[in-house]
Design a protein around this ligand. Sequence first.
Ligand code: AMP
Ligand code: MG
Length: 288
Amino acid sequence: MDYRERFLVEPGRKVRLEKIDPSYTGKHDSHEKAAPAIQKHLARLRKLQYLLYADADQSLLVVLQALDAAGKDGVIRHIFSGINPQGTSVYGFKQPSKVESDHDFLWRAHQRAPGKGEIAIFNRSHYEDVLVVRVHELVPRSVWSKRYDLINDFEKMLMHNRTRILKFYLHISPQEQLARFEQRLEDPSRHWKISESDYSERELWPKYIAAYEDAMELTSTKRAPWYVIPANHNWFRDLAISEIICDTMDEMGLKLPPTRVDLKDIRQKYHAAVRAQANVRGKSRKHG
Ligand code: AMP
Ligand code: MG
């Protein structure tokens, strides 16, 4: 199954989230059965990131968006914990600070965009400025409605700088969210995750869905596509996202860069160093 085809939001196509089954698991009927495929993708990802970092010519931006408890943190833990922290960054977008809100809404996102060779993961993102901001009417419609074009231009600029962008919406049902809120309530080690706003935001579910549907329709592009990932099952969410990331990176033409040194010359230097080291050892044995 090509998950990139299956879960893609076609550029310009209206998204109807209620038509997409958040419990979808494809041909896999359990985590146990899907586990080898997930492991395979994680191993692929490690190799691809090694090449991305070594090549230091392109970069990857992964945007994670969802309603509360949909599993953004889980994706980061499960999918990215195996890759080299060097060359990887994760940034969680919270309510803007005073300095951030004194700037244009893309300012803070731009600062966290990946450099050459890097993968940047956005846990929430500049999309909050057409989601929570729109739902809560934090700025007038005349302001947020212009942001879709601004986002497209911003992402286009990043792409011109050789950044690939993947945007994932983790799709869960309201019932599944409530079940997860219950788990948080029952497990003291998860109490820190609970916030008052979990419940007030939940009341606004339909408004969020409408805002997400518009955002995805207006900003899914060939080079910076949105994917709607069925996320009621954590393991399926991880399977689909890891596969989409690896398939995309496969297309990036990543390769080890050419050697920058004269290997013949370096080999001679190496052998000279080995001889010198043997001399030092020989002398210290005599004196020791
Ligand atoms: P969490 O992801 O649970 O740590 O929560 C972060 C909170 O910051 C969420 O409620 C977001 O909606 C909120 N947030 C993120 N970006 C913005 C923004 N640009 N304006 C207002 N609230 C935001
Ligand atoms: Mg939260």
